[in-house]
Ligand binder design. Structure first.
Ligand SMILES: *Cc1c(COP(=O)(O)O)cnc(C)c1O
Length: 393
């Protein structure tokens, strides 16, 4: 199972590379470069330096005893990606891809962003590696996320508003791809999750797998064995894929991915692409996709902007079909409760994305036994969401 994808980037029927002729060469060049650095000790040493000394790895694995006591069953541990520089796991991939772009001799990064978190993480990597940075962002999102837009500008990035379609993430992604096609000689497209054409789903998973590899070492050290459950939120699917992947072969570890149910999966306002989507093609890949009966892509909704994507990484689609990972959807309201509980009991304010994973604990914990170990990936910190929380509570 960990041999996936195949050489063409397929995870079973999903993934692949659905791109125009002009991008095939760019994708192939990137795949070749990625294969090369994968075996390159120097690259990994350099990357490790940045991850440790700049971003703050390894992140802590913390046993949340107060939270565990609330349920009175298994032991809950938190993988603290919220402690990283810039406040979330996204920096793991932007530093790695920034370094790769530099190796390739590229001088310019382009990225898409919805809430602005990936834009800020990309602009940060561009600073570190001395690269130019252009971030495409839907005009609607620019208005909603003024603070992140300003941060990107302070970091020296150019933020280009996108006025087509719904003026949100999906449209910004199309524009970023268009820019890459035009400027492929000097530009690396720094994709923000385990989505897009091959090799991105595999490459971003590998760069994020540092989360799961650390967790594995840490839990064995702290508890003397592997966990019974892993839980993470799934937007595009990168923090979860990086967290899950090193455990996929361990059959005793139950793995749970949590999507955003928004106002409920029976309403039109949700982002549950695995629960409610059908296979389709978007942004160069085949995967589960929220679409109407004519195949038009539907708008996703979630209280957390990072989960607000109408599709999901193709490896998740595969893991859903194979049954290796179970997927559930958690509503805005239950995510807010997850946020409040962790804040009050542990003094940790999580981002609203991982609050969805926490929102599943009231369902899961009563099923656990006293000594079961549950690890939740806290993908980011909640500072960015305090305003939203204030509006809802
Ligand atoms: C962007 C983001 C996510 C969603 O992206 P994935 O690719 O699914 O990980 C989750 N949590 C946080 C904190 C984010 O910023």
């Amino acid at each position: 199972m960990s041999q996936l994808p195949d050489v063409k980037g397929h995870f079973g029927p999903y993934g692949g590379r659905y791109v125009p002729e002009t991008l095939v060469k760019a994708c192939e060049e990137l795949t070749a470069a990625y294969r090369k650095i994968k075996r390159d000790k120097k690259f990994h040493e350099e990357l490790r330096y940045y991850l440790e000394s700049y971003a703050g790895r390894p992140t802590a694995l913390y046993e949340a005893k107060n939270l565990s006591a609330k349920f009175g069953r298994g032991r809950i541990f938190l993988k603290r990606e919220d402690l990283l520089h810039t406040g979330a796991h996204k920096i793991n991939s932007t530093l790695a891809q920034g370094l790769l772009a530099k190796r390739l001799g590229k001088t310019r990064l382009v990225a898409e962003t919805g809430a602005g978190q990936h834009g800020v993480a990309t602009a940060t990597a561009a600073c570190v590696f001395g690269l130019k940075c252009v971030v495409y962002m839907g005009a609607v999102d620019i208005e909603r996320q003024a603070l992140n837009v300003y941060k990107m500008k302070l970091l020296g990035a150019e933020v280009r508003p996108v006025h087509s379609g719904s003026k949100t993430l999906k449209d910004a992604t199309n524009e970023a791809i268009r820019d890459w096609v035009t400027n492929v000689e000097d530009t690396h497209y720094l994709l923000g999750s385990v989505v897009g054409p091959h090799p991105y789903p595999e490459m971003v998973r590998e760069f994020q797998s540092v989360i799961g590899k650390e967790t594995r070492r840490q839990i064995v050290k702290q508890a003397g064995r592997l966990p019974n459950y892993l839980i993470a939120c799934v937007g595009g699917g990168s923090n979860s894929m990086g967290f899950f992947h090193p455990f996929l072969k361990d059959r005793s570890v139950r793995i749970v991915g949590i999507e955003a149910a928004g106002e409920g999966v029976s309403t039109p306002h949700h982002a549950a692409s695995i629960t409610k989507g059908r296979p389709g093609i978007l942004h160069g890949m085949k995967s589960y996709l929220l679409q109407d009966k004519n195949g038009q892509v539907l708008l996703a909704h979630s209280i957390s902007a990072g989960l607000d994507y109408p599709s999901v990484g193709p490896e998740h689609a595969y893991l859903k079909d194979s049954g290796r990972v179970s997927y559930y959807a958690v509503t805005d309201g239950d995510a807010l409760k997850g946020f409040e509980v962790l804040t009050k009991l542990e003094g940790i304010m999580p981002a609203l994305e991982p609050s969805h994973a926490l929102g599943y604990l009231p369902k899961l914990m009563p099923k656990t036994k006293k000594n079961d170990i549950v690890i939740v990936c806290i993908s980011g910190r909640g500072d960015k969401d305090i305003h939203t929380v204030q509006q809802y509570l």
